[in-house]
Design a protein around this ligand. Structure first.
Ligand code: ADE
Ligand code: ZN
Length: 333
């Protein structure tokens, strides 16, 4: 039995496995510029975030109907459940679909259908977070929030907003207004920062956007004062170790700063980011850091505990307590 955990940094579009991509391409009459799944996998040689994003946005061409989004999320939830994920807070990129002529209704209804039955079918509770593309304009983000209004909690599945895509050159402050609007609507706020961008972007995400968690946050280690602040304020970091290796944020997993970050008292969690592209789901990331970094069972338990502490479960503290009890009761093989 795998260690119970929450997944807090997962782009649903990044769970599109080559086999499903080709199946959806056939279903929708979309021509892919790859001969087969092997040829597509061969293209997964990334040199940085942008080289990944180019392929990631391109492959989204196969996602067209409500059923496509439902099938995508259902496949992810099945895989996540098999790796011990008990709760998933799932990102999606509405602008990447709206730009292709796929309506917000299609995306959210499809994802929502899979999420609605996830607990019964997979034993995984879920929430949805919509991310703004930081390399698009602030006006586009505001327009997207407006389009999403019918789908926001409590009547809809979207509980929060995030910020993703190409980081360098797109500092968080660009999105001050849309984050203020999101806060006024009662939405939770997270933001990618310090993946490729400098530690100052993490500070800005906290101070200007009111981010409650930092996605990645890896480069905080370059700024001891920032680390002290993140420790003091118990700001969760959603780290993605396999992603960091594939996108060359770290050279090799054995050099990942996760152990030092835990030693410093940071509230670190381990997540999968875009598992179809980076070589593994949540449990695979846990296994990889255990092996490469020699993490003890108690360190792994700490990471699992942190994932539930950092989850947006304030509306259901009983559930959080049950998940935390599962973590404490877990017996490592
Ligand atoms: N979109 C999907 N994965 C991402 C990542 N790792 N960083 C920024 N944007 C992303
Ligand atoms: Zn991400």
């Amino acid at each position: 039995m795998p260690l119970p955990k929450a997944e807090l940094h997962l782009h649903i579009e990044g769970t599109l496995e080559p086999e499903l991509a080709f199946a959806l391409a056939a279903r929708n009459g979309v021509e892919l510029p790859y001969a087969d799944t092997d040829a597509l996998r061969t293209a997964y040689e990334f040199t940085d975030l942008q080289s990944f994003l180019d392929l990631y946005y391109g492959l989204m061409a196969v996602l067209r109907t409500e059923d496509d989004f439902a099938d995508l999320a259902d496949a992810y939830l099945a895989r996540a459940a098999a790796q011990g994920v008990r709760h998933a807070e799932i990102f999606f990129d509405p602008q990447a679909h709206l730009a292709r002529g796929v309506a917000m209704e299609t995306v959210v209804a499809g994802l929502g259908r899979a999420l609605d039955r996830s607990e019964a079918v997979h034993g995984v509770s879920t929430q949805l977070i919509m991310c703004f593309l930081r390399d698009e304009s602030a006006a586009s983000a505001l327009e997207t929030l407006e389009t999403a209004k019918p789908y926001l909690a409590p009547q809809g599945p979207i509980v929060g907003v995030g910020l993703d895509s190409a980081e360098v050159g797109h500092p968080p402050a660009k999105f001050r207004e849309v984050y203020e609007a999101a806060a006024a609507l009662g939405l939770r706020r997270v933001a990618h920062a310090g993946e490729e961008g400098p530690p100052a972007y993490i500070t800005e995400a906290l101070d200007v956007l009111g981010a409650e968690r930092i996605d990645h946050g890896l480069r905080c280690v370059e700024d001891p004062e920032l680390v002290a602040r993140l420790v003091r304020d118990r700001v969760p970091l959603t780290l993605c170790p396999l992603s960091n290796v594939r996108l060359r944020a770290v050279d090799v997993l054995a050099e990942h700063p996760l152990p030092a970050m835990l030693d410093a008292g940071l509230l670190c969690t381990v997540n999968s980011d875009d598992p179809a592209y980076f070589g593994g789901y949540a449990g695979d990331n846990f296994d990889a850091v255990r092996v490469a970094l020699g993490l003890s069972p108690e360190r792994l338990r700490e990471l699992a505990r942190n994932s539930f502490l950092a989850a947006f479960l304030e509306h259901d503290e009983d559930r959080r307590s049950r998940y935390l009890a599962e973590v404490e009761a877990y017996e490592f093989p």
